[in-house]
Write a protein that binds this ligand. Sequence first.
Ligand SMILES: Cc1cc2nc3c(=O)[nH]c(=O)nc-3n(C[C@H](O)[C@H](O)[C@H](O)COP(=O)(O)O)c2cc1C
Length: 160
Amino acid sequence: MSYAIVYSSRTGNTARLAKALQEFLPEQDCVYVGAPDPQALSADTLYVGFWTDKGTCDAETAGFLPNLNGQSVFLFGTAGFGGDATYFARILDRVKALLPAGVTVRGTFMCQGKMPPAVRARYETMAGSPQRTAMLENFDRALSHPDKEDEKHLLAAVTA
Ligand SMILES: Cc1cc2nc3c(=O)[nH]c(=O)nc-3n(C[C@H](O)[C@H](O)[C@H](O)COP(=O)(O)O)c2cc1C
């Protein structure tokens, strides 16, 4: 079964997951690895990676998903906010809604992805509040992700 790995990554987090996938999957069945591109559509299975922007996938991925036609897809993504399966599920529901009928979702995976220091600097300027504290804590928790464990969980989800 042929496959393609299609991913969008602005700061490298989703690219790291894509690389782990590429190293894991059999090279001889791979038709394409890279940014969203029509070349990927000839594969039987597409592994589509996105970064989260305003609660859904980034615009490049959102523009690509409607082009699928009958393939099977595994969705993987990173998000700045994490630690909450419901939050990830909501994002994935929005992403799945972009897929045309007839595309099978064979699995999904999401994990936290670190954010640029400018985001923390912006939180720091906010007045003290429980929300500010939670955002700072979340930012710091994200700093080490994606990590080796996240990669392991991704590969486990792919083989499930
Ligand atoms: C413009 C912008 C908007 C973002 N919006 C969200 C968001 O709505 N929810 C979230 O959890 N993370 C959000 N993030 C954080 C990124 O999704 C997260 O850091 C992701 O891991 C980046 O992946 P990348 O390194 O592959 O680009 C946003 C980041 C940027 C730059």
